[in-house]
Design a binder for this molecule. Structure first.
Ligand code: MYR
Length: 131
């Protein structure tokens, strides 16, 4: 289960990923140390998410398999959905400004939650520990 409070521990290639996303250097530097915390509460196909970072605190309720809207911390708007595929949570999102696809997965590896991000050929990982 992904349920619980997660705190980012480390990232791999995240700055390159943000650069590919078009995030400017100042924001990339800040975002590299954003102290992201995510609380996930999954009940059946319902997912409640609390996200807090140096940038903002938000909560959202979504349903797996159902399209929802999500804004990134820099205001970039996405539309897409999460689904479960076996033990992997898979997200397919599209940027509203350019129509390009961003895919993301969540998987548990030992006691860590590993989230991958892929945009226009550049992949990053953020690895979370139970907070
Ligand atoms: C959630 O389950 O946490 C809420 C929905 C997240 C949707 C998409 C996540 C993509 C995040 C990409 C970060 C890019 C920063 C430039």
């Amino acid at each position: 289960t992904f349920n619980g409070n997660w705190k980012v521990d480390r990232s791999e290639n995240y700055e390159k990923f943000m650069e590919q996303m078009g995030v400017n250097m100042v924001k990339r530097k800040l975002a590299a140390h954003d102290n992201l915390k995510v609380t996930l509460e999954q009940t059946g196909d319902k997912l409640h998410v609390k996200e807090s970072s140096n940038f903002r605190t938000i909560e959202l309720d979504l349903t797996l398999g159902v399209t929802f809207e999500y804004s990134l911390a820099d205001g970039t708007e996405l539309s897409g959905s999460w689904v479960m595929e076996g033990d992997t949570m898979k997200g397919v999102f599209f940027r509203k400004d350019n129509g390009k696809q961003l895919t993301t997965t969540r998987v548990l590896v030992g006691d860590e939650l590993v989230q991958t991000y892929l945009y226009e050929g550049v992949e990053a990982k953020r690895i979370f520990k139970k907070a």
